[in-house]
Design a protein around this ligand. Structure first.
Ligand code: PHE
Length: 337
């Protein structure tokens, strides 16, 4: 009995001192484990006189229950403390600055293309597309560019076969659209075009946006209105615009469109070659011959067309002086847009 009391006493001392769950576990094994102090006491029951066994047995059980109760209480307490400690040590400081993950952004050409599309969409133009590998018929013949025209020169055009080329402009989309749609129509056709040419302002592949509007009574003033609105949206509403007579086989009359030089405000500089003007697109009224070839009656319908180079416009807008920068994929360049 004395021993039992001292077991109880030493348990109480040890449990007071136990500071964590591992300590508690050790105490648990020491007292209530299979080879623990209490089991040993149980085993010793056989060595005491039978008449004393029940009283001694229940005394052991009492101590055992007491110890087990306290162990459970302590366990709950220490688990709580443990959790508290972990919460403290694993505390997140949500006010710390995060790791910076750089965002990607649209390529400058894509960005300007989107801007151009938005401007024309807002004026009610549909967006059409055509193939980059194109029949000679659509790229040249149906646009009134006969076999001996200098634009077909082997030096400019990538020929795939005698009558298949990489399109040299987006104008063939005009014909394809007129073949499948009836007027009135107003479309733009953005896309890649190819010419065998490479220097500071030319790459073998570049982007154009074609425009075509056909209806009854379309006149040159419609062309001027649409293009002026477009230029003022893209370059700012005070940008001067000038239509300069020109020649394209598929438009008649034809005009090249210039904007007042945005680098020198028209005073004359290196970029505008001292003229004060920058050429940004080609345009004109659709040549009646083109209508005939596309199956439209030129007596009934008229229209205008225009085509612009996206790289050139982007270079002007952002004062970029080397077209190759667009395609070198140097992030130091691309991140600026
Ligand atoms: N296709 C012409 C070019 O590539 C541009 C253009 C399009 C001119 C439509 C007039 C009308 O230079």
């Amino acid at each position: 009995m004395d021993e039992l009391l001292s077991i109880r006493k030493s348990f109480q001392d040890e449990i007071e001192a136990a500071e964590d769950l591992t300590g508690l576990q050790q105490i648990k094994i020491k007292y209530t484990g299979k080879k623990g102090l209490l089991s040993a006491k149980m085993k010793s029951l056989s060595s005491i006189p039978p008449d004393k066994r029940p009283a001694f047995g229940s005394a052991i059980n009492e101590v055992k229950n007491f110890i087990e109760d306290i162990l459970t209480q302590r366990e709950v307490l220490l688990k709580g403390k443990d959790k508290e400690k972990r919460l403290q040590s694993e505390r997140l400081d949500i006010s710390l600055p995060g790791k910076f993950i750089p965002f990607g952004n649209g390529h400058p050409i894509v960005q300007i293309l989107e801007e151009i599309k938005d401007i024309f969409s807002s004026m009610g133009f549909d967006i059409e597309e055509g193939p980059e590998i194109e029949l000679d018929h659509y790229n040249f013949e149906a646009l009134n560019i006969p076999k001996d025209h200098p634009a077909r020169d082997m030096q400019d055009t990538f020929y795939i076969s005698d009558d298949v080329v990489l399109r040299t402009h987006t104008s063939p989309v005009q014909i394809r659209v007129m073949e499948k749609r009836k007027p009135p129509l107003q479309i733009i056709a953005p896309g890649k075009v190819y010419r065998c040419d490479a220097d500071l302002s030319h790459t073998p592949m570049f982007h154009q946006v074609e425009g075509l509007m056909v209806d009854k009574d379309i006149s040159f003033s419609d062309l001027k209105g649409v293009l002026e609105l477009f230029i003022h949206s893209l370059f700012g509403k005070d940008t001067p615009v000038r239509f300069r007579p020109s020649y394209f086989p598929f438009t008649e009359p034809s005009a090249e469109v210039d904007i007042g030089c945005i680098f020198c405000s028209g005073k004359g500089c290196r970029v505008c070659k001292t003229t004060g003007w920058l050429e940004i697109l080609g345009s004109g009224l659709v040549n009646p011959k083109v209508f005939e070839m596309a199956g439209y009656d030129p007596g009934e319908y008229s229209g205008f067309a225009f085509g612009m180079g996206v790289e050139r416009i982007t270079m002007l807008k952002y004062s970029i002086d080397d077209i190759r920068l667009f395609y070198e994929n140097d992030l130091r360049f691309l991140r600026q847009f």
